[in-house]
Design a protein around this ligand. Structure first.
Ligand code: AMP
Length: 146
């Protein structure tokens, strides 16, 4: 069975290179379409929900920076066609799974850290994405967190 549409979830940190490289490799080998997704998480959530200040400007800056980084990746990865880099706002697990459904992706590629318990095999986001994923999930092992 060949994959037809590979969705690579990237956190836009330095660690996303091996995840992207593996996603590209699988897509090229399968002759599949390659899409990228990054989810910008609401800042208020990181602070526990109730924040007594207006974060909208900071949030916009974060969104703009992510947009620039995604655009730069598009230059390095010409296999990702115009319109196939998705920048969404929300919660990573939900955003990645929903997009995979909408776009009929048959493989999601995520990075995974060695942490503790089950997380020895799957990083937390990878674990989250796997549960309830609409398709196969490839967890690319990243270097162990220090
Ligand atoms: P984590 O478990 O949060 O360290 O992340 C592991 C992997 O989940 C990353 O390598 C990405 O593939 C994916 N991921 C984490 N955060 C995001 C995000 N905000 N948007 C898209 N993918 C993400």
């Amino acid at each position: 069975m060949k994959y037809e549409h590979v969705l690579v979830a990237i956190d836009l940190t330095d660690e996303c290179s091996p995840v992207l490289a593996r996603g590209r490799e699988v897509a090229v080998r399968n002759g599949a379409k390659l899409s990228l997704v990054h989810i910008v998480e609401p800042m208020a959530m990181a602070f526990g929900g109730d924040v007594p200040m207006d974060l909208s400007q900071l949030q916009q800056q974060q969104f703009d920076q992510a947009k620039d980084k995604l655009a730069a990746l598009g230059v390095d990865y010409p296999e990702v066609k115009l319109g196939d880099s998705h920048l969404l706002y929300g919660q990573p697990r939900q955003g990645i799974q929903d997009l995979a459904k909408q776009q009929n992706c048959d493989l999601i590629v995520v990075g995974s850290h060695g942490r503790h318990g089950l997380a020895l095999l799957l990083g937390s986001t990878a674990n989250d994405v796997l549960h309830g994923a609409p398709c196969d999930v490839l967890a690319v092992r990243l270097k162990k967190a220090e």
